[in-house]
Design a protein around this ligand. Structure first.
Ligand SMILES: N[C@@H](CCC[C@H](N)C(=O)O)C(=O)O
Length: 259
C-alpha cells in the first residue's frame, strides 16, 4: 500500500501534508507518523498535518509533531494547510478551518498566507522570561547573543525543567533589532530541537515584546533562521485580539511512500 503526501514549508518550518478527506489515514499509528517525519529514514519534516472534511468550515486541520503525537496549534502549519486547500481547489483566497484551538480564518495574498490566531488574554511576565499560550505554550526569553546561542541545549533544559516538566513548553530566544523588529530562534517541543521558525512562537514573541514594553508598535517583523514573518494585533486592557500571522507558505514536492 502507498500513501500520497505533499511536502510544504512556511519559513523553513516543514510539514508532510496528507489529504485525509477519506479518513483512511491511521492517526493512531505513531510509528508511521514518526517514520514519515524522520529526516533519514522518511520524508523528513517538523510535523505531519491531515486535511479533513468539516461540517461548517472549509476543512479541519489535525496536527502531529515529528514525535508522532497529536499536539496543540501550529501557526506555520495552519498557513501551509491553507495553501494546500487552495491547491486542492477547496478554497480560493479565503478559508475557514477548525484546528485543535478552535476556528481560524485565513487569507491568501499572492505568496503570503495570513492566519488569524486565537485571542490572548493572559501573559505571565516573570523576571527572566514571559509565558503565554498562542494556541501552543511558549516561553519567551531575551538573550544578548542570539546567533551564538546553543538553542538545542538551552531550549531543552528549559522545556524539560520546572515549571513545564513533562508537558513541556516551546522555548523562544529573542533579540531586539529595532522597535518594530526582533530576531527569534525557537526550540520546539515534540520536535525536541530548534526549528527554522515557529508561527505560534513568533506570535508569542510579538505579544510578549509589546506586553513587556519593548515595543509600542502593533505590527512586528520577526526574523527567524527560515525567513521573515509579520504579526499584527490589537492591544486592549483585556489582552490582544485580531492577531494575524503573515508569511510565505510553499509546496516543495509531492510523492508516494510505502506504508
Ligand atoms: N511549529 C508550530 C508549533 C507546533 C506545535 C509545537 N511544537 C507544540 O507541540 O507546542 C508553529 O508554527 O506554531
Amino acid at each position: 500500500m502507498t500513501q500520497t503526501f505533499y511536502k510544504y514549508q512556511g519559513t523553513g518550518n516543514d510539514f508532510v501534508i496528507i489529504d485525509n478527506r477519506s479518513l483512511k489515514f491511521n492517526k493512531a499509528n505513531i510509528t508511521l507518523i514518526t517514520k514519515l517525519c524522520d529526516r533519514r529514514f522518511g520524508i523528513g519534516a517538523d510535523g505531519l498535518i491531515l486535511l479533513e472534511n468539516h461540517d461548517t468550515a472549509d476543512f479541519k486541520m489535525v496536527y502531529f509533531n515529528a514525535d508522532g503525537k497529536e499536539s496543540s496549534m501550529c501557526g506555520n502549519g495552519g498557513r501551509c494547510i491553507t495553501a494546500f486547500a487552495k491547491f486542492l481547489g477547496i478554497v480560493s483566497n479565503t478559508a475557514t478551518f477548525e484546528a485543535i484551538d478552535g476556528m481560524h480564518i485565513a487569507e491568501i495574498e499572492g505568496d503570503l498566507v495570513k492566519l488569524q490566531m486565537k485571542d490572548v488574554s493572559t501573559i505571565e511576565n516573570h523576571q527572566t522570561h514571559l509565558f503565554l499560550d498562542t494556541g501552543s505554550p511558549h516561553h519567551v526569553q531575551m538573550v544578548s547573543d542570539l546567533e551564538a546561542l546553543d538553542v538545542k541545549h538551552n531550549g531543552s533544559t528549559i522545556r524539560h525543567g520546572h515549571p513545564y516538566n513533562e508537558a513541556g513548553s516551546n522555548v523562544n530566544f529573542v533579540n531586539k533589532i529595532s522597535d518594530t523588529e526582533f530576531g527569534v530562534r525557537t526550540y520546539e517541543r515534540g520536535v525536541e530541537d530548534e526549528t527554522f521558525s515557529c508561527g505560534t512562537g513568533v506570535t508569542a514573541v510579538a505579544l510578549a515584546m509589546h506586553n513587556s514594553g519593548q515595543t509600542t508598535a502593533e505590527t512586528i517583523t520577526l526574523q527567524t533562521p527560515g525567513g521573515e514573518l509579520k504579526v499584527n494585533y490589537l492591544p486592549s486592557e483585556n489582552g490582544y485580539t485580531s492577531i494575524w500571522l503573515i508569511g510565505p507558505a510553499k509546496q516543495v514536492f509531492k510523492g508516494d511512500v510505502p506504508c
